[in-house]
Design a protein around this ligand. Structure first.
Ligand SMILES: *Cc1c(COP(=O)(O)O)cnc(C)c1O
Length: 402
């Protein structure tokens, strides 16, 4: 596919400056096409993408089965509301259920919406006086006001108050603190089984198991936000499967539909009826395009044995980065579970992201000093090594010292 005459990056940027609200920090690059783990800009420059779609493109850019399913579906039926049955939504729910804990699904369009549905479910399912939800410092649950209130990071609250009432925050990993926060008004615990935006923080098994026990003892719902960790990202279908803990509720989005917008909340069949008719809805939730893309994503992962591939890739990343840590005093810690990769630096990370961009490698920095990689499951080992070598060069030759 030749890139036709497209406006260059500077021209696109000029249009944005005039017409698009500047609420995002953007690189001065206009992307025009992608294939697998490569993406091209308007100038025809190719980048190796270790952070495709902010974690959404778990199968890389334009995965063929997803492309085909969407193309077929848009020509057949673009949208029908949830007042009708549609085969693909049922099929999607069945696959998610079979790959997880046998739950039932509510579909929406994003991670924050999935969490809103979980928050409502927690309040609806428990007795009326129970409305509090315990969440964790450093967590991230999305940008609607409910999910923002659930997100225990003060920087995301500045100027937005009053927040939605009922969220109480505990230090991540601190079971005793959680125990102390539980009272007769507590309905649920909402937690990421790995904190993604919070810096790829991987908790101990005892912590998540301890939360399960606290929920069982106090009749609370244990709700896992797997928006970033879900659907194969960690080398298991869902991150909870690494920890031997089954949540009551799980939220999904990001990679759920192979890059198409989609979200879901899954819960156990005995809890599901609490989200009773009329209490919650999403107009576009579970629409035929998202459903077909969701099914195609799950089928691709299964058919191409990508959970196994993710585990192997994970070893490549971990081995390389731990070796790099030996050679560079800039790396404080390497945290890897499946294809969630965090590299905590002793210095600010942004200059390294910039330096990688200049070398044609796309990565992310979160929390100021954690380089985050969320590579695609179908990245090849050769591509992984190519990108890691670039990253290694940048870390051994830090931008400030050049
Ligand atoms: C990205 C993210 C969200 C928010 O998802 P949106 O689709 O942007 O609303 C929620 N929870 C976690 C863990 C995330 O990583």
């Amino acid at each position: 596919m030749a890139t036709k005459s497209v406006p260059n990056s500077a021209e696109v940027q000029a249009v944005f400056e005039r017409y698009v609200i500047p609420n995002y920090g953007r690189f001065p690059v206009s992307l025009v096409r992608g294939e697998g783990s490569f993406v091209w800009d308007a100038e025809g420059r190719r980048y190796l993408d270790f952070f495709p779609g902010w974690g959404c493109n778990l199968l890389g850019h334009c995965p063929p089965k997803v492309v085909q399913a969407v193309q077929e579906q848009v020509a057949q039926l673009i949208h029908v509301p949830n007042t009708w049955y549609m085969e693909s939504q049922g099929e999607w729910a069945r696959l998610l259920s079979e790959h997880s804990f046998g739950g039932q699904a509510f579909f929406c369009n994003s991670g924050t919406e999935a969490n809103e549905s979980a928050i409502k479910l927690a309040r609806l399912h428990t007795p009326k006086e129970r409305y509090k939800i315990i969440t964790f410092q450093g967590g991230f649950h999305g940008r609607t006001l409910g999910s923002t209130s659930a997100t225990a990071q003060p920087k995301y609250h500045e100027g937005l108050g009053p927040l939605v009432a009922g969220f109480v925050y505990a230090p991540y990993g601190d079971l005793e603190a959680v125990g102390n926060l539980i009272d007769e008004e507590t309905a649920a615990i909402l937690v990421e089984p790995i904190q993604g935006e919070g810096g790829v923080r991987i908790p101990s098994q005892e912590f998540l198991k301890g939360l399960r026990t606290l929920c069982d003892e106090n009749d609370l719902l244990l709700m896992f936000d797997e928006v970033q960790t879900g659907c194969g990202r960690t080398g298991e279908w869902f991150a909870y499967q690494h920890f031997g803990v089954i949540p009551d509720v799980m939220t999904l989005a990001k990679s759920l539909c192979g890059g198409i917008a989609g979200g879901a909340m899954l819960t156990k069949p005995e809890i599901a009826p609490s989200l009773r008719p009329g209490m919650h809805a999403a107009t576009f939730g579970g629409n035929p395009i998202a459903a077909r893309a969701g099914v195609a994503t799950l089928e691709t992962i299964a058919e191409e044995n990508l959970l196994q591939q993710a585990k192997e890739l994970s070893k490549t990343f971990e081995t390389f980065l731990k070796q790099l840590q030996q050679e560079s005093s800039l790396i404080a810690e390497v945290r890897v579970l499946g294809l969630m990769v965090g590299l905590e630096l002793t210095v600010e990370g942004a200059p390294f992201v910039q330096a990688c961009l200049e070398k044609g490698l796309l990565i992310n920095c979160t929390q100021g000093n954690v380089l985050r990689l969320l590579p695609a499951m179908n990245l090849s080992i050769e591509q992984a090594e190519e990108g890691l070598t670039l990253l290694g060069d940048v870390l051994k030759n830090p931008p400030s010292s050049r």
